[in-house]
Write a protein that binds this ligand. Structure first.
Ligand code: GDP
Ligand code: ZN
Length: 342
């Protein structure tokens, strides 16, 4: 079903321009005057730019000004231990219409291992106050991952028809995040959510069963991402699919379908000193503490703790910070380890 629909979308993408198409001439030697005719030529290949929307069985499907081009990666990528990812902006050369070879991956804004994807602008953190109930800690961990990776977090509290989720809504709006309440069942809040997503590459994350697939289906009828009950999704079948793909929605947003991944999973979130920077709502209080290296745990003269006591900072936000701080202490070696793995 999804495959049929991907074909449909791939066809639709043919006339859509995601990235500027660049003609940079013939790779095999420039003409004497340095000017190459644009497009295809019998003798040489042209180089263009686009974005990988899908990766499957060694092929990369790149959306460019010319439509969708099926590319193979140059062997060089494997030698360098570099894998192109869905979401990557790439350069590719084409010698034959519709077929190409990836020659370069352009600089990434961010990239993730689980799910394997790059260049996410907005991370939509979906939560719910009704079956299942989302703990603020999970949301806080995901927003921290988003901030760390230069993504804008959007908090989407779904199942509004079952529970108005006032507490979650208040916590995240007070913390300064773009926060929206939705119901995939009634359609409430969908316009507001789409306004927040417009023009961006978005990925949905959040605990299983909160309604990520249902929201996408409500935004784009016909999207037909598999919606299942929670028990089915926790079963084995669901997790055999690890195929990530980007889709362009009618509203102009591009969304990642990341089946089998309920949350973005970094190896280590942050060092203990960097963690505070992943809580944007703490920002105005940082630097005011009595001790320069204040960890905002129980130090005297701590401005963060004062703000929590005064109700200016949400208590659950600080509790999540403290929990993540404990974890960061356990992973002192994380930085050197992460570097080695790269
Ligand atoms: P995902 O695991 O986050 O993708 O969640 P699903 O989209 O598969 O939804 C899990 C279950 O919650 C399904 O049975 C949906 O029908 C139901 N569901 C999703 N959104 C809503 C909603 O807004 N209201 C209600 N009442 N049920 C919803
Ligand atoms: Zn402090």
């Amino acid at each position: 079903m999804v495959t049929e629909f991907s074909c449909f979308l791939l066809q639709r993408m043919v006339h859509m321009v995601l990235m500027d198409m660049v003609e940079v001439g013939n790779c095999g030697g420039a003409a004497p005057d340095g000017v190459e005719p644009p497009g295809f030529s019998a003798r040489g290949a042209s180089t263009e730019r686009g974005t990988i929307f899908k990766a499957l069985s060694g092929f990369y499907y790149v959306e460019s000004g010319e439509g969708v081009v099926e590319c193979r990666a140059r062997g060089r990528f494997r030698l360098e231990g570099m894998s192109p990812l869905v979401g990557d902006r790439v350069e590719f050369s084409t010698a034959e219409r519709g077929k190409g070879v990836l020659t370069q991956v352009l600089e990434r804004k961010n990239s993730f291992v689980r799910p394997p994807i790059a260049n996410i602008d907005i991370m939509v953190v979906v939560a719910s106050a009704a079956i299942p109930v989302t703990e603020p800690y999970l949301i806080d961990r995901l927003t921290a991952i988003a901030v760390k990776n230069n993504c804008e977090p959007v908090i989407c509290i779904n199942k509004l028809d079952l529970d108005p989720a006032d507490r979650l809504y208040d916590i995240y709006s007070a913390a300064g995040f773009s926060t929206v309440r939705t119901s995939a069942a009634t359609g409430e809040g969908m316009d507001e959510l789409q306004d927040m997503m417009r023009g961006a590459v978005c990925a949905f994350t959040g605990n299983s069963g909160v309604g990520k697939s249902s929201i996408l289906n409500a935004i784009e009828p016909g999207f037909r991402i598999s919606v299942g009950d929670i028990s089915k999704k926790l079963g084995r079948g669901r997790h055999t699919t690890r195929h990530v793909e980007l889709y362009r929605l009618t509203c102009g947003a591009v969304v990642a379908d990341t089946p089998g991944f309920s949350a973005f999973d970094p190896d280590r979130l942050a060092s203990k000193d960097a963690l505070q920077g992943l809580f944007p709502d703490f920002g105005q209080y940082l630097g005011g503490c009595r001790f320069l290296d204040c960890a905002h745990q129980k130090e005297p003269g701590c401005k963060v703790l004062e703000a929590v006591r005064a109700g200016k900072l949400q208590k659950t936000r600080w509790e999540s910070y403290a929990r993540l701080y404990e974890q960061a202490l356990e992973y002192k070696e994380w930085e050197s380890g992460a570097r080695k793995r790269k």
